[in-house]
Design a protein around this ligand. Structure first.
Ligand SMILES: NC(=O)c1ccc[n+]([C@@H]2O[C@H](COP(=O)([O-])OP(=O)(O)OC[C@H]3O[C@@H](n4cnc5c(N)ncnc54)[C@H](O)[C@@H]3O)[C@@H](O)[C@H]2O)c1
Length: 403
């Protein structure tokens, strides 16, 4: 069925690509996922999501059953698509330097399958200027592929809802590309906002970096208050109570995952490493696990203590452990504590400890991920609890402030 056109999503089994492919198929596009991860392709074909994504399971099954969604490792499907979405990972290297070459290498790999008249939607988060390089790549190959850059801004795990509810930023190097990108995203999104490609690249990096800096602010406030024995969660509740100017102020917590740190470093590299605010945020956010270890050490003899970590995923209600600071916390504890135990209700790992056993065995418990399952957990009062997110336990003092 060619209702609205054909779409191929390169990287379509990933956290960004798969929800987008499902949504495109649901809205009438004949959609092919192409991914190098054969195991993920097999899982998707069988109707199973490879990761936790709110609301995705029934839509995936329905899209497969409708025949509008297929998944393959065969790059040749790209040649059948009117719109090719490229949404592979864009990591930084071991020196925290961006690697824009991954995008150009992927394009070289798919070069035999591109043809005149197609539209490329670059959806990965890229180092500024990469879209222009992609445009030059097709010019040099004498291929009439209209290049667009349309960044993804979903909160991971909520893409199905947010693809429809968030405005989509689109940019392009030609009127044909812009018209096609606008039409594609307008078919399921709330609205479309147009920028120039460099502006759109910066808008994406600024969005993530701004969040990262906000989290760092919350984390630094938390460490200052805690160092002086004050309850930051009480302070936060009081500051934000009926005070609109601080309504969006985040709570403290381990700020991690595959995007925020990486994109802050991409912006730092683009600013010729003059991004002092971003680098300060890295220092604060990456330093929080050490601060939490020190909080445990202040209250017990670490060398003879068992410390339990609740939550290994980088964010609540997901199974995604990519760049999770829970693992940094674990490594730091393993240097000093007698034993370190880990638990996560979403992450499968044979080395983890069942929850009742972790609570029983631990002298101290660090709530590292604010999964709902931990909120009302009964933890005996003789255990030390480090609750950086302020989600657990004794009545939050903020309630007293507001009463
Ligand atoms: N995860 C998020 O919440 C999020 C949000 C906004 C933007 N982004 C950006 O989107 C991009 C993708 O992130 P992600 O989290 O989906 O990554 P991911 O690792 O979950 O998915 C990438 C997918 O691409 C596949 N892949 C890699 N190389 C390929 C190739 N040459 N051909 C076909 N498939 C290939 C991988 O197998 C994987 O399935 C990154 O640039 C990221 O910064 C991510």
């Amino acid at each position: 069925m060619h209702d609205k056109g054909t779409v191929a999503v390169i990287g379509g089994c990933g956290h960004v690509g798969l929800p987008l492919a499902i949504v495109a198929a649901t809205h009438g596009f004949e959609t092919s996922i192409v991914d190098v991860n054969a195991a993920a392709v097999a899982l998707v074909r069988s109707g199973e999501m490879p990761f936790v994504e709110e609301g995705a399971d029934p839509l995936l099954k329905a899209a497969l059953a409708s025949g509008r969604l297929t998944a393959t490792t065969d790059a040749a499907v790209v040649s059948k698509a009117d719109i090719v979405v490229l949404v592979i990972g864009t990591p930084i290297d071991e020196h925290l330097t961006p690697r824009p070459s991954v995008i150009l290498q992927a394009l070289a790999q798919y070069r035999p399958h591109f043809r005149d008249g197609q539209v490329l939607v670059l959806r990965s988060t890229v180092y500024p200027g990469v879209s222009a390089k992609v445009q030059r790549f097709f010019e040099q190959e004498h291929l009439d592929v209209a290049v667009t850059f349309c960044p993804e801004r979903i909160a991971q795990g909520h893409a199905i809802v947010e693809l429809a509810s968030l405005p989509q930023i689109v940019s392009a190097f030609s009127a044909r590309g812009l018209a096609a990108a606008k039409a594609f995203f307008a078919s399921f999104a709330k609205s479309v906002v147009v920028l120039e490609p460099l502006e759109a690249e910066l808008a994406k990096l600024y969005s993530n970096t701004y969040r990262y800096v906000q989290f760092a602010t919350a984390n630094q406030f938390y460490t200052i208050a805690t160092t002086y024995g004050a309850d930051y969660h009480r302070i936060h509740a009081a500051m934000t109570h009926d005070y609109p100017r601080l309504a969006a102020m985040p709570r403290p917590g381990l700020a991690a995952g595959p995007c925020l740190f990486k994109d802050t470093m991409q912006l730092s590299a683009f600013s010729k490493d003059q991004f002092s605010l971003g680098l300060a945020a890295v220092w604060v956010n990456e330093g929080l696990p050490r601060f939490l270890v020190d909080q445990v050490a202040k209250r017990c003899e670490l060398a003879s203590a068992t410390v339990g970590i609740l939550g290994m995923a980088f964010k609540a209600e997901t199974d995604d452990i990519r760049d999770s600071l829970s693992y940094k916390l674990k490594k730091l504890l393993q240097l000093e504590a007698q034993r370190t135990l880990c638990h996560d209700p979403f992450v499968r790992d044979a080395s983890f400890t069942p929850l009742p056993e972790l609570i029983r065995e631990s002298d101290a418990i660090v709530l590292a991920t604010p999964h709902r399952a931990y909120r009302d957990l009964a933890i005996p009062s003789d255990k030390i609890v480090i609750d950086v997110w302020g989600i657990h336990g004794s009545p939050r003092a903020g309630k007293q402030v507001m009463s």
